[in-house]
Design a protein around this ligand. Structure first.
Ligand code: SF4
Length: 203
């Protein structure tokens, strides 16, 4: 698949060629490639795991329930979503059909590895000042398999990926909280992590 990436790519050119990626089997049942979106020189890049059901159908990242929660959290943290580049480590939706529903399946390391050149190209082109991994899949793909979001969240870690790199939870984990009280508490913690990014941008 790296052969698909143009020599001197623009984000638009890379997004276009990624539509035809066949570097792993995930393209077969999915509707379309869901590439990252946002300003070409965004100061912040948020990296999630993979598109979900709504994103697969729409062709845009973070437009489903997790994306709506992320919108609220970014607004609460004082970050304009329009200034953020949003993407995923894997660009096709991995799922298991169950009746009429499509149940999210975690991508494995081979799928993450096959998709990595797209993410690396996005990072190289956007050159974000702050890169944030959302959830364990993104954090372990970019910060190492030993990285634990539970203990490492909310702190900037040394990385060659960007001047400031942090991991926090994926917004979908907040939606899965067992009750309303824990959902509110998790949302507060998530916003607190995002506020560190806002502070970084203001500095
Ligand atoms: S998941 Fe990534 S590597 Fe696999 S086919 Fe889709 S774009 Fe290509």
């Amino acid at each position: 698949m790296p052969e698909l990436i143009p020599d001197r790519p623009s984000l638009k050119a890379v997004r276009d060629v990624a539509k035809g990626c066949r570097a792993c089997h995930l393209y077969k049942p999915a509707t379309q490639t869901v590439f990252g979106e946002g300003p070409a020189r965004a100061q912040v890049m948020l990296v999630g795991e993979q598109p979900g059901d709504a994103e697969d159908l729409a062709g845009h990242p973070f437009v489903g329930p997790s994306g709506k929660l992320l919108d609220r959290a970014l607004a609460d943290a004082g970050i304009d979503r329009g200034l953020v580049y949003l993407t995923n480590v894997v660009k096709h939706f991995k799922f298991e059909p169950r009746g009429k529903r499509r149940i999210h399946q975690k991508p494995n390391s081979a799928e993450i590895g096959a998709c990595r050149p797209w993410l690396e190209t996005e990072i190289a082109l956007v050159k974000p000042r702050v890169l944030v991994c959302l959830g364990a899949t993104a954090a372990q793909a970019l910060l190492g398999r030993g990285f634990k979001v539970t203990t490492g969240r909310g702190s900037f870690v040394p990385s060659a990926l960007a001047p400031r790199v942090m991991a926090t939870v994926h917004p979908s984990s907040i939606l899965r909280a067992p009750d309303e009280d824990s959902r509110r508490a998790e949302m507060r913690r998530f916003v607190r992590d995002l506020k560190r990014i806002a502070a970084e941008l203001g500095s």
